[in-house]
Design a protein around this ligand. Structure first.
Ligand SMILES: NC(=O)C1=CN([C@@H]2O[C@H](COP(=O)(O)OP(=O)(O)OC[C@H]3O[C@@H](n4cnc5c(N)ncnc54)[C@H](O)[C@@H]3O)[C@@H](O)[C@H]2O)C=CC1
Ligand SMILES: O=C([O-])CC(=O)C(=O)O
Length: 331
């Protein structure tokens, strides 16, 4: 992606927002690309937020990060995405009072059609795109559909926060370190319908569901806690997850670029090729392995009836979202 002297260009949208405030400093300090890779940040915001963003840039300057090779800011995606090697699409229109799901998809549709086109026309040939802004899966679908020259496998949406939340809940229940758990999977949509699957997860090499051996906990506590964690954070903190979302955005994109660990897999929402009965073309979360900037859906997992019903429910929601944005002419 870069020689030692050429900075990697990382574009971040919604850079003056909450997630941006946690994310930018981590990228600038080398957590995304490595401590010896210079990075140029290219930060996109809407015009009224540019002044706040200037303040964030002043703070980035004041950190004197050795890896930070420059910062560009602006409100035109055609300029900010120019030459970008990595794009983290965080900025999105939040749901406001009285807004229906369809309204939210429409409001974000305008953002992600424009950004998809701008990426198509201006990003570097090796661009990798992570969508964090909600509704993340369908926003990624919109951007992908509006960037016809970018290979579809370069688009992904974030379910790593859900994956990390699932690791944390399972490690607490089983009394093991998160590092003892492998092969966690989030299936489907980044929404309350998502399915965190511990039937294929392992704890110290044994099936996690067997180690826990508590179906009631799985159904009544684990799955709803993970799936509704975003709402619980909003309830407790008064605003949505930001530091953990930034951290997951780094984990997701770093592991995509640098490769997953041998013997483990990750959850990423990527374009379905029809695997596991997920309709082709939907951006759905799967177990994936990564290597050299590419991902592959893990094949051959046995899906029992319990898991099947939950995967199908989340995928049905994604299908409905796709239909809504298709009806709006966004894809
Ligand atoms: N996928 C996931 O796991 C998670 C996703 N999220 C989502 O991430 C998004 C950002 O969250 P926060 O940073 O907390 O929100 P925020 O409201 O603090 O920041 C969003 C920023 O995006 C900017 N923005 C809006 N439209 C834009 C556009 N067209 N171009 C560039 N920037 C634009 C806004 O001006 C604002 O500064 C939200 O959609 C949130 O729901 C949040 C947590 C987890
Ligand atoms: O629920 C929200 O609005 C924020 C989010 O996506 C999460 O924390 O998972």
């Amino acid at each position: 992606m870069s020689t030692v002297n050429t900075p990697v260009k990382v574009a971040v949208t919604g850079a003056a927002g909450q997630i941006g405030y946690s994310l930018l400093f981590r990228i600038a300090s080398g957590d995304l690309l490595g401590k010896d890779i210079p990075v140029q940040l290219r930060l996109l915001e809407i015009t009224p937020a540019l002044k706040a963003l200037e303040g964030v840039v002043m703070e980035l300057d004041d950190c004197a990060f050795p890896t930070l090779a420059g910062v560009e800011i602006g409100d035109d995606p055609n300029v900010i995405f120019d030459g970008a090697n990595v794009a983290l699409l965080v900025g999105a229109r939040p749901r406001s009072k009285g807004m229906e799901r369809g309204d939210l998809l429409e409001a974000n549709g305008a953002i992600f059609t424009g950004q998809g086109k701008a990426l198509n026309d201006h990003a570097a040939d090796d661009i990798r795109i992570t969508v964090t802004g909600n509704p993340a899966n369908t926003n990624a679908l919109i951007a992908m559909s509006n960037a016809k020259d970018i290979p579809t496998e370069r688009f992904s949406a974030l379910t790593r926060l859900d994956h990390n939340r699932a690791l944390a809940q399972l490690s607490a229940k089983a009394g093991v370190a998160v590092t003892d758990i492998t092969n966690m999977t989030i299936w489907g949509n980044h929404s309350a319908t998502q399915y965190p699957d511990i039937f294929h997860a392992q704890i110290g090499g044994r099936p996690a569901a067997e180690v826990v051996n508590d179906q009631t906990w799985l159904e009544d506590t684990f799955i709803p806690t993970v799936a509704k964690r975003g709402a619980a954070i909003i309830e407790a903190r008064g605003s949505s997850s930001a530091a953990s979302a930034a951290s997951a955005t780094i984990d997701h994109t770093r592991d995509w670029l640098q490769g997953s660990a041998e013997g483990n897999w990750l959850s990423m929402a990527v374009r379905s090729d029809g695997s596991y009965g997920v309709p082709e073309g939907l951006i759905s979360s799967f177990p994936v392995t990564t290597s050299g900037g590419n991902w592959e859906i893990v094949q051959g997992l046995e899906i029992d009836e319990f898991s099947r019903a939950r995967i199908d429910a989340s995928v049905a929601e994604l299908d409905e979202e796709r239909q809504t944005v298709a009806d709006l002419g966004l894809i």
